[in-house]
Ligand binder design. Sequence first.
Ligand SMILES: Cc1ncc(COP(=O)(O)O)c(C=O)c1O
Length: 442
Amino acid sequence: MSSRHKAMPNDLRAFWMPFTANRQFKQAPRMFVGASDMHYVTADGRKVLDGTAGLWCCNAGHCRPKITKAIQDQAAELDYAPAFQMGHPAAFEAANRLIDIAPAGMDHVFFTNSGSESVETALKMAIAYHRARGEGARTRLIGRERGYHGVNFGGISVGGIVTNRKMFGTLLGGVDHLPHTHLPEQNAYTRGEPEHGANLADELERIVTLHDASTIAAVIVEPVAGSTGVLIPPKGYLQKLCAICDKHGILLIFDEVNTGFGRLGTPFAADYFGVTPDIITTAKGVTNGVIPMGAVFVKGMIHDAFMNGPEHVIEFFHGYTYSANPIASAACIGTLDTYRDEGLLTRGAELAPYWEDALHSLRGEPHVKDIRNIGLIGAIELEPIAGQPTKRAFSAFIKAYERGALIRTTGDIIALSPPLIITKGQINELIDHIREVLRMID
Ligand SMILES: Cc1ncc(COP(=O)(O)O)c(C=O)c1O
């Protein structure tokens, strides 16, 4: 028998964990073995309050009955159907249900399996759309510093996180970046959208002047940048960006993998800011994180530009074996039922003022240098330990976990995005854990 067959059930060697300090983890593993509503259960039987909706995805909380049942029923009835040239009813129902809650004008949905795939799909769609209309020179893509668009080559190319880019050699050519909008000197401790920085959208005009609009396919931004520590757009910034894109015939892509499905107290961030882009990328909350799935929403004009040529010929040479997988589609429908029945796509708006006050009560606690919030998103930025960036926030993460709260850290920023079912009492509990942790750590 090979050594791998002799491995103990919890032998940790084989699994190379994603975005994890593998050696640290394997010395002191943190294992979840169960979950229900707002809590995880650890291997040693402790309850941990979920301050991050898993990874910004379990918007309805954990192990929700309608989602579980939808998955069980679908698995017993139709497990898989070929995704190309064949269909099954749940895929069409899921797409229609998504369109029902999407911003007006978003008429079609293309299914993927993750946020990264949604981003690649949107970028390819944008370039192919211009080509289909006879503007094949529009191939440039514009992202933004400190943007996160997943980990595939297109996504890291338009993304603006140096650690995610520098290991991987030559990225996509023909990519440029807008400056990020994080201005702590002017905007620290802002509640909601900051006052300063809308003018940073004008940088797009500079990039257009440099390259000429006729070479630019799309601009992609997260309406609220999540992974680099909750960077909230300055008042008027997204509106300006949209106007400049429209003026130059450039498609605007909102990456709503984090902000989609109620996170800001509206179904999508596009609704919150009153800006409708041309394409919206989503994943995570589309199935409450339970089954991998992503969905790319597009305006009718984009879809329709592909619908020409002989009818027996494939219009868009793109798709995945698991696009609209039956079980993922069922999970999506069960998730949308749960969001609808519990009013979760707007519940964040009711809770946001309470959430904001609770977060800002941490002002003045040790190490805190900024607090920011929007919808049910919050960030507490810490002063880094000199010469040891990320260490202080990582200690906070470990201590919070030991005390019974799951938080997420990025750099020296604590980023919070709890399930949308959180109660006011649980908000207090979460913030109290963080207060205690800040007082404990070096
Ligand atoms: C804005 C954004 N885009 C894309 C992704 C990538 O999603 P996935 O990890 O499902 O590939 C994420 C993940 O956090 C994200 O926040």
